[in-house]
Design a protein around this ligand. Structure first.
Ligand code: ADP
Length: 418
């Protein structure tokens, strides 16, 4: 196994079992969401929340099912923008929070709903803030969504860091204004996202120009070509240039953003600016040779953190005879970072029909990689939600785990027909 060093802990090497369990809860909570978008900015006040809300509204007006998660604990303004500041989330029987509906296809959850006073967040200490963020990601019942737009706290500190760690498959949009200082801050955000391996959709330049409410003329208020130059330098698309627009200001400050969008003409400068903003992610290709041997069960192979089980002999080699293996090696993998987070080898219980498959499932196994496997054992595991890959060639178990992560498993065919 290769040595990994990571100062942020984001690679998973420093994760303890509790963190791994929490990561799994977050994955579970977000499993019904197709696209996750995090809206970031290098500093506050550049219009990040307004842009996040506008993107969510645009997507909802287009007919997508959209959620917006406001984790900007320093200034949770999304409920105000949508005029639902006084509302509170409901609770499911499983004690998950139900987001507040704005329309049939737009719902929101905000840290602001949990604060008795607007300024409360300012006195919160770091660990409490991080704990709240984690709770938000695991304890909200989003149901099925096409898009979740996350309004992230500004900057590149612990809070955005923990958010990016929790949703490693999210893609980012960075908001800036054209002034020099904002640009410098945003460059830090770009570096931050790159370090965290986050795909960037692009940059939105906000308040690019001031649009006169009387004559409609666009006046350049900030000098320079901030967003444009930065996007070019970083090789990231400039998604939109939003003018400083009186209607947008009034609508978002008075809780009428959705109504305003619905009433805007297609030629409105805001609608025009956002029309080119494309956030759709290319669909994943479903070409996967490993599933050929796997059952038609709900696959868990898309989970980021996975536990895999491999039957092994006394030398740590994959044992082709599942039922007679002296031990099973269990590896907890971070499949995104492609690293082994934890490993252990356990002796199985006595070989009685159905006992070992049940025991393997009870270890929290996502995937069994085995040389041979009988049909009854395979069926028991499939029924218990374990993906099964049969026919894996004998090799060192740790090497097999790494091959699995790298999609280079050597499949030799089922070595057992009983
Ligand atoms: P941030 O989230 O970066 O702190 P906000 O989105 O809360 O910033 O915006 C700060 C203020 O600027 C709000 O009053 C908002 O309505 C206003 N604002 C942001 N972008 C625009 C815009 N393009 N046109 C008009 N007002 C805007």
């Amino acid at each position: 196994m290769s040595e990994n060093s990571c100062s942020t802990g984001s690679c998973g090497m420093n994760q303890n079992p509790e963190q791994i369990a929490r990561q799994r809860q977050v994955e579970e909570a977000l499993s019904g969401i197709k696209h996750k978008i995090v809206v970031l900015s290098g500093k506050g006040g550049v219009g990040k929340s307004t842009v996040a809300a506008s993107i969510a509204t645009k997507l909802a007006v287009e007919g997508h099912r959209v959620g917006i998660l406001d984790v900007d604990i320093h200034g949770p303004s999304i409920p105000r923008i949508f005029g639902v500041k006084e509302q509170r989330p409901g609770m499911t029987e499983q004690e998950k929070m139900i987001p507040v509906p704005v329309t049939d296809n737009l719902k929101l959850m905000s840290v602001g709903f949990l604060l008795p006073h607007d300024k409360e967040a300012l006195i919160w200490r770091g660990p409490l803030k991080i704990g709240l963020i984690e709770q938000f990601f695991s304890d909200v019942d989003w149901g099925e969504l096409d898009y979740l737009v996350v309004d992230c706290p500004p900057g590149t500190g612990d809070e955005p860091l923990s958010i990016l760690q929790m949703i490693p498959d999210a893609r980012g949009i960075i908001v800036t204004t054209p002034q020099g200082m904002a640009v410098e801050d945003v460059q830090k955000s770009i570096t931050f996202c790159k370090k965290m391996n986050m795909d960037l959709i692009g940059i939105v330049e906000n308040m690019s120009t001031f649009q006169c409410p009387h004559c409609g003329e666009a006046i350049q208020i900030f000098p320079g070509k901030g967003g444009e130059l930065m996007a070019k330098d970083a090789g990231i698309p400039l998604l939109a240039k939003l003018p400083l627009n009186h209607n947008l200001l009034e609508a978002s400050d008075n809780g009428k953003l959705m109504q305003a969008f619905k009433e805007m003409s297609p030629f409105d400068p805001i609608v025009e600016a956002l029309s080119s903003l494309e956030v759709k992610q290319p669909e994943k290709k479903e070409v996967d040779t490993m599933t050929a041997a796997a059952p038609a069960a709900a696959s868990r192979k898309d989970d980021r953190i996975q536990t895999i089980a491999i039957p092994v002999d006394g030398n740590g080699m994959l044992d082709a005879h599942f039922g007679h293996a002296s031990a099973f090696a269990f590896f907890v993998l971070d499949t995104q970072k492609k690293i082994v987070v934890e490993s252990k080898t356990l002796a199985p219980p006595a070989h009685e029909p159905g006992v070992i498959p049940t025991w393997i499932a009870a270890q929290g196994t996502h995937v069994l990689l085995t040389g041979g496997l009988g049909e009854s054992a395979r069926k028991i595991m499939v029924d218990k939600g374990v993906d099964v890959v049969i026919g894996v060639a004998a090799d060192n178990a740790e090497k097999v785990a790494e091959d699995y992560m790298n999609d280079t498993l050597n499949i030799a065919g089922n070595q057992c027909n009983h």
